[in-house]
Design a protein around this ligand. Structure first.
Ligand code: F0G
Length: 482
């Protein structure tokens, strides 16, 4: 991508790729969308993709692949054990991260399962810059507890702070002193901090965390799933890294960590995942869990085709003209929404554009899931599928009370190289209409609520007939338009 200055008008992000394969999309009529949303229990995870026009649920496993990735898939070496494809991938990771050992896994949360089983014990405390849903569940399942050590800036929706994903170093030290280093198996840093809006941390902050870890002899674990966006922001926003290549920044980050794990559904635009470390003792502790839960050590649940695509995808992530595609589209969308007065997380981060539901539908109490309700309303109004990232994504406390989320966000993910600017403009337009009519949107209540990861397959119902009211208003304003 290049940010090109136009002779007339605003500057636009300009794609440095062309579309060679397309997939047909459907935009089903409004009334059918309302019906589909009801059948999905007002949970966008339960929609069928055939009913979705723009799938902005996630960037996970849905990034567009390059011609070179697809070509590599054809050359994959099928073998249960010792596949050449595996050694190619291992060598690429060794080259990029400088880590000797690579344990493959079927996706990111599988790495979290292994790491948590090996290192988290009942009573363990794991400090992190912010939690992620699956990470927290695995740590909790193993009897541990997550402590978030973010800075005051992290939760400020509107900000111009370049690194809202930074860890608060003073708070980290205080937490270690209070908890005792022996109860802290590792500190976890999440690149491109997902749940606060894809916000990066700085290389300098990672160095400071490392210094603290050294002082107290604690491991440092990097969740590199959203590393690509974080790398780009470090290069853009961190003065001392301006002259470094993306490859150099990658190596500088990796050298500070004991363990790096990632979801290859995000990093490398493929599928799968894995754990990298340069420490033989740590690799030895984790290794036996790979054949037990994932697959043999040379595939770990990934297909050989996925591994080939990942090897190429990792190399392409280092391409300075490619790594910025996601962030530049997100910036374009977030700035358009901001100009229309629609509350979004700023500065624009990675992964997607994050709409602040707490402000958008400030009349809906958190117990009625404002972000979940807004995500449902967005789908009905546009066929665009976003994801709730708020109280619905939390777990209830033991006593049945809600853990009210710090933020209520609707994430409109922009998978890499998938959408066009006119599709982004369409989503912006429908959001603008919804914003004008926001008071028509009402809350949701659970009708089926699973105990673990309820946001994935829980079912809800509207607390009033607000979806009917919204549809009626849409018809008044748009006539018989889809
Ligand atoms: N860590 C981070 C930061 C993630 O964003 C994810 C997944 C995982 C770990 C787990 O990886 O899905 O391969 O098992 N995030 C997806 C999302 C689900 O939509 O944001 P996984």
């Amino acid at each position: 991508m290049s940010q090109i200055k136009f002779f007339k008008g605003e500057s636009l992000p300009l794609e440095m790729h062309k579309v060679r394969i397309i997939q047909k999309l459907n935009l089903i009529p409004l009334e059918e969308r309302k019906q589909a949303m009801a059948e999905a229990g007002f949970n966008t995870f339960l929609l069928r993709n055939r009913d979705v026009y723009l799938d902005m649920l996630t960037d996970s496993g849905v990034n567009a692949m390059s011609d070179l990735q697809l070509a590599a898939m054809m050359k994959a070496d099928d073998s249960y054990a010792g596949s050449e494809t595996f050694y190619k991938l291992e060598a690429k990771l060794q080259e990029l991260f400088g880590t000797e050992y690579f344990l493959p896994a079927h996706q990111g949360r599988a790495c979290e399962n292994i790491i948590s089983r090996v290192f988290v014990k009942p009573g363990s405390v794991v400090p992190m810059n912010y939690h992620f849903t699956t990470t927290k569940s695995h740590i909790t399942l193993n009897g541990g507890r997550v402590e978030e050590v973010f800075t005051d800036e992290a939760l400020r929706i509107t900000s111009n702070h370049p690194f809202k994903g930074n860890m608060d170093i003073d708070r980290l030290v205080a937490l270690i002193k209070e908890t005792g280093a022996e109860n802290i198996p590792f500190v976890r840093m999440e690149a491109g901090t997902n749940l606060i809006g894809g916000q990066p941390f700085s290389l300098e902050n990672l160095r400071q965390v490392r210094r603290v870890c050294d002082e107290y002899d604690i491991m440092l674990v990097l969740d590199a799933s959203l590393l690509a966006d974080n790398l780009y922001f470090i290069k853009q926003r961190e003065e001392s890294c301006r002259g470094m290549s993306i490859r150099e920044i990658t190596r500088a980050m990796a050298e500070l960590c004991d363990i790096i794990y990632f979801s290859a559904r995000k990093l490398g635009c493929a599928r799968g995942g894995g754990i990298c470390t340069d420490r033989a003792d740590l690799a030895d502790k984790m290794r036996e869990f790979v054949p037990l839960y994932e697959g043999f050590l040379t595939y770990g649940g990934m297909s050989v085709r996925e591994m080939e695509a990942l090897t190429v995808g990792l190399e392409e992530t280092m391409d300075e003209e490619m790594i910025n595609q996601g962030p530049l589209f997100i910036k374009y969308m977030a700035e358009k929404l901001e100009k229309l007065g629609i509350p979004v997380v700023t500065p624009p981060g990675g992964l997607g554009c994050h709409v602040d539901a707490m402000a958008f539908v400030d009349h809906i109490p958190q117990e009625q899931y404002p972000a979940g309700a807004l995500a449902a309303a967005i789908y009905i109004a546009s066929g665009v599928r976003g994801m709730e990232r708020g109280t619905m994504s939390e777990q209830r406390n033991e006593d049945g009370s809600e853990t009210l989320s710090n933020m209520e966000l609707v994430r409109l993910a922009l998978p890499r190289r998938v959408f066009t600017l006119s599709q982004v403009d369409y989503a912006v337009d429908r959001l603008a209409w919804l914003y004008e009519n926001r008071k028509l949107i009402g809350g949701l209540t659970f009708v089926e609520e699973p105990k673990v990861l309820r946001f994935f397959f829980g079912r809800l119902a509207p607390v009033t007939d607000w979806p009917d009211v919204l549809v009626k208003k849409f018809r008044e304003d748009f006539g018989d338009s889809l």
